[in-house]
Unconditional design. Structure first.
Length: 78
């Protein structure tokens, strides 16, 4: 299940970046984040992205965890 969530996230990021060149960050719900962290590829990249847990990154894009369960919102600089 977690690999399909990661594939979904990767596809959503790719699709959004094609439309909007400046993807600054994304907001991710706590439950979706929890499921993604069970994927070793996602977890390793996030854990190694920063020493500060407030500055998490995935694929070089910063993200914030929200209290909304399965939120996925993209923030652009356009």
């Amino acid at each position: 299940m977690s690999s399909s969530n990661l594939e979904f996230l990767d596809q959503a990021i790719d699709k959004y970046q094609k439309k909007n060149k400046r993807l600054l960050k994304f907001l991710i719900g706590r439950d979706l984040y929890s499921q993604l962290m069970s994927n070793p590829v996602f977890a390793e990249e996030v854990i190694n992205s920063s020493f500060d847990p407030e500055n998490r990154c995935y694929r070089g894009i910063g993200f914030k965890i929200t209290n909304n369960e399965y939120e996925l919102t993209f923030v652009t600089g356009d």
